[in-house]
Design a protein around this ligand. Sequence first.
Ligand code: UDP
Ligand code: MG
Length: 325
Amino acid sequence: MQKPKLIIVVPCYNEQEMLDYTTRELSAVIARLKNAGKIGEGKILYVDDGSKDTTWSLIEKHSKEYEEVCGLKLAHNVGHQNALWAGLEWASVNGDMSVSIDADLQDDTNCIDEMVDLYNKGIDIVYGVRKERKTDSVFKRQTALFFYRLVRSMGEDMIYNHADFRLMSQRALKILMAYPERNIFLRGIVPKIGLSTACVYYDRKERIAGESKYPFSKMMALAMDGITSFSLRPLQCISIAGICMILLSFIAIIYVLFTYNFGHVAWGWSSILISIWLIGGAMLLSLGVIGEYVGKIYREVKRRPRYFVEKIVDGDKEETLGKDW
Ligand code: UDP
Ligand code: MG
């Protein structure tokens, strides 16, 4: 039987400090896997997510120096999830399995061996799961934990402490590509594919160079996408809150009528003011949540492309796309 082809998909946004190290490490992984006879061929696919530094020229350079490196240049910064999608789409056509990993290699590359072993045993999706988050700041750890719990409580399937470090077989990738949505949150979609799955556990390392491209605002945006792309629970909560409010207002009406009958009508200014604020706030919040979904629908119905590929390099081969657009 022919040995499988592995594609390691690495999204990169301003990662010039990391790329030398990353290429060396990942090509060592590929060499190791090939020598052990676990894969027939291996490729590192860098997806340049519209970087503003020298990331793309480094990718081109590495692609000439290392036979296994190839690169995909996106025309514009589309965010981690979309960039990863671009890479996975390429991998679904060109390989038998893909492993996605961040360019900073905070995830343990030794796990890739284990993932490939599991693939060779017939598993379609292998999740890389962090044992502990010692190297993350307390803030990042706590917000991540809170987010996982929140998503879980909304009835969504998500693997705890798993980011986007995972192996997917070509079959799983093909199924993934059938998901048409534009608000993508891979951690939420992949568990929905089903098929046979497994987890490998590792310790997450510190970023070696460069800085995190996930500042608090982007983390919040991802969390918000994670929830509103999958769950209708927030909308249901609004209805429940509305029902509770109506019940409460019945009690308030009875109370008002009671005090009216006993002649205390002049006072009550404060309670009215409080209810105006409370109800006003609740309505604004509810509108906000609904708006969030309406915005999503708006973006989905536009059916905009997720990304544009500007160029592909693979060794000396270079394709420039987009001339006809
Ligand atoms: N990334 C990307 N596009 C973006 C932001 C980030 O492709 O707009 C990539 C980045 O280069 C890295 C990965 O996504 O490979 C994860 O980013 P980072 O390591 O900064 O996130 P953290 O580990 O801090 O959550
Ligand atoms: Mg990182």
